[in-house]
Design a protein around this ligand. Sequence first.
Ligand SMILES: *[C@@H]1O[C@H](CO)[C@@H](O)[C@H](O)[C@H]1NC(C)=O
Ligand SMILES: *[C@@H]1O[C@H](CO)[C@@H](O)[C@H](O)[C@H]1NC(C)=O
Ligand SMILES: *[C@@H]1O[C@H](CO)[C@@H](O)[C@H](O)[C@H]1NC(C)=O
Ligand SMILES: *[C@@H]1O[C@H](CO)[C@@H](O)[C@H](O)[C@H]1NC(C)=O
Ligand SMILES: *[C@@H]1O[C@H](CO)[C@@H](O)[C@H](O)[C@H]1NC(C)=O
Length: 704
Amino acid sequence: MITSISVRRALAAGLALLSTNTLAHPQARQSVKTRDRNDLVQPVYQALPLGSVKPQGWLKDQLEKSATGLAGNLFNFYRFVKDSQWLGGNSEYSDLHESAPYWFNGLVPLAFGLDDSTLKGQVKSFLDYILDHQQDDGWLGPETTPHTRGLWGRCYIMLGLTQYAQADASETDRIVDAMHQYIELVHSMLQDNFTGLVPKEGDVFDGSGWGPARAHEMHIPLQWLYENHPKNNSDLIWETMDLMIQGSTVFGVDWRNFFVEGTFPEVVYAPRDQSYSWLFTHGVNLAEAIRFPLAIYRTSHDEVLKAQTRTAVDLVAKYHKSLAGTIIGDELITDTNPSKGAELCTSSELMFSLAWVYQYLADNDIADWEELTAFNAFPGQIWSDWWSHQYVQQENQPWSRNLTENPQMWVNVGSYGNVFGLEPDYPCCTVNHPQGYAKFLANSFVGTEDGGIAHVFLSPGSVSTMLGDNEVTISVDTNYPFAMDLSYSILADDDFTFYVRIPSWANPSSTVTGPSGDSVNISPTDVGLQKFDVPKGQSRISVNLQTEPRVVERANNTVGVYYGPLLYSLALDFNETTRDAVAYDMGFLEPSSTTPQTRDHIVETTELWNIAIDPSQIKVVEFYTAKLSNPVWAFGAPPVELRIAATEIDWPIAWDTPADPPLNPQAKGKPFSARFIPFASAKVHMAHLPKLELETVDLDKRDS
Ligand SMILES: *[C@@H]1O[C@H](CO)[C@@H](O)[C@H](O)[C@H]1NC(C)=O
Ligand SMILES: *[C@@H]1O[C@H](CO)[C@@H](O)[C@H](O)[C@H]1NC(C)=O
Ligand SMILES: *[C@@H]1O[C@H](CO)[C@@H](O)[C@H](O)[C@H]1NC(C)=O
Ligand SMILES: *[C@@H]1O[C@H](CO)[C@@H](O)[C@H](O)[C@H]1NC(C)=O
Ligand SMILES: *[C@@H]1O[C@H](CO)[C@@H](O)[C@H](O)[C@H]1NC(C)=O
């Protein structure tokens, strides 16, 4: 498999090179200007210092499982981290040398979000190693020749370093010095015909052009450095950002030319035969590139780019968003039929992009989307013990197994890709998934422009921070998204303004109780925030959201059903077998490269999965629970379910998986009350279903 992937990637790189310059963006060519400090566009909502937001409740349980599961053990056993070239070993799955950088970028926020001494020890020893081994010319990492030195993997090292420097002040100076030395070198490389970024003949660091397609990844760390520790390098930092974007233009992957209605594809059945680079159609690239126009907007102040960020979000949503909140692309985008898959890296990166973009655009629907991904697509792709994951998730997936007839169905994923395993396909998702919930947590509370705080992603947690001289601690007790009420306890030295985001699906009859104890109906502003004036001392606030099930229509007479931020899926019980982990290239995995917990899970439903539903007949079933089960995303664990009228239908199989939903479904037998559960807890599932009108069913009566 590795050979076929790399051959296909190399072929694809050829195509990308051919298209070089065909879409050059005029603005990217303008000369570099000297700027004063502090004129980056500021966010509407500020991220709080890493470590100031702590998890509680089910989110804490999940992050702890990640810490004791795969994410927290990769450093101890996983060949692409432990024996990576970054740590003096020789295991890399790609010339990009991206594996340890991905791991570092996710482990830093996990370690400091949980304040976990074991994980902090891991990131500290990695930090020490890479800084102690920084080369004399400033290069970070193991490569010593120009042909092997690629910039891309280092963008994630820089992101990890930036987070580290914010979370641990004792390391800040050392990190900042290393970053400055590194970017002085990078600046000179980029000035020399984009060395290290745009691959040239003889270069082996990036066969396909991932670096130029993701050139904007350097902006978040460089913008942090520019604003907080510019030393005497402000101009050089600024020029380095400009040069990165110029490199992407030279390579023909300037996303400003792609996020344009009319150019951006509705469906792409031959992703490698378009007039534009195939790199634009890669699902993970798209998830990352939502940050591209905004990264440049911060330096250019060009309002067109702010508007284009909104356009990018809308185009991806309109044509390629899954019901569960990710981007369907295996690995390249095609259509949105539910047998197609979405890569785990896509939901991880998308959650980071949406959280960051939301801080600048402040549009409520972007925060809704963030929650959708965080409570559906992302956890649905991870086994409930956090030791294994799928490479691709399908929305209709009654079994996760080697789809032996499959190889041609997915564009660039092998037949084993929907198995929950250690590395069921390319290992990027093994090392890039830890950032998902860790950054979601870090961004769940934000500072507001009037000096207050807002709770924007409504998961359980607490925040302690200084608002100027005002020390504020806020703790929220909630089972959201499994329940609709949130109770806040607040302690503050002085008065301040607190906001709670009201999701757009909440009914006007939802209520809030402010510090004075009076309950009133919600009255969010047009950006979706409910305001509370909080006096100094101790206060309590509560929010009670009301909603009803929502039916979302999709093409060909199909629907998805939601209740609050959760997508619902037919509850399919399953049998499970486990096997030794399979290597992504089907090679032999040394026993030392696995642990007793790293099993691959083959799961198949034992129940009727081929149904159509009548979405006019839905009933919500909530079970009383004082404390949620842990792990909450296990089958049957969430305390909220739906009953929906359903009927058996004929549903053909294609490529060893359910074919596209039948266009003219015919009811077979008597309709019945079907049990639906939160998508992420249904490890095998059917969520994108044909609709039919059925006779009235007693939804309380479950006989099937
Ligand atoms: C710069 O790199 C491009 C490939 O990206 C190459 O075609 C060109 O010849 C190089 N120019 C110089 C002056 O080396
Ligand atoms: C910046 O440059 C000035 C003038 O060359 C010098 O005096 C100063 O020490 C430098 N500051 C830093 C932080 O390097
Ligand atoms: C609708 O059905 C047609 C015919 O089966 C199929 O080609 C098409 O891809 C479907 N469209 C979507 C968006 O599911
Ligand atoms: C999946 O099935 C194919 C075809 O039978 C086989 O070649 C491949 O080895 C199988 N993969 C795994 C991981 O079992
Ligand atoms: C699991 O269930 C499926 C469907 O009933 C069946 O074909 C398969 O043999 C079962 N596997 C195991 C290991 O029991």
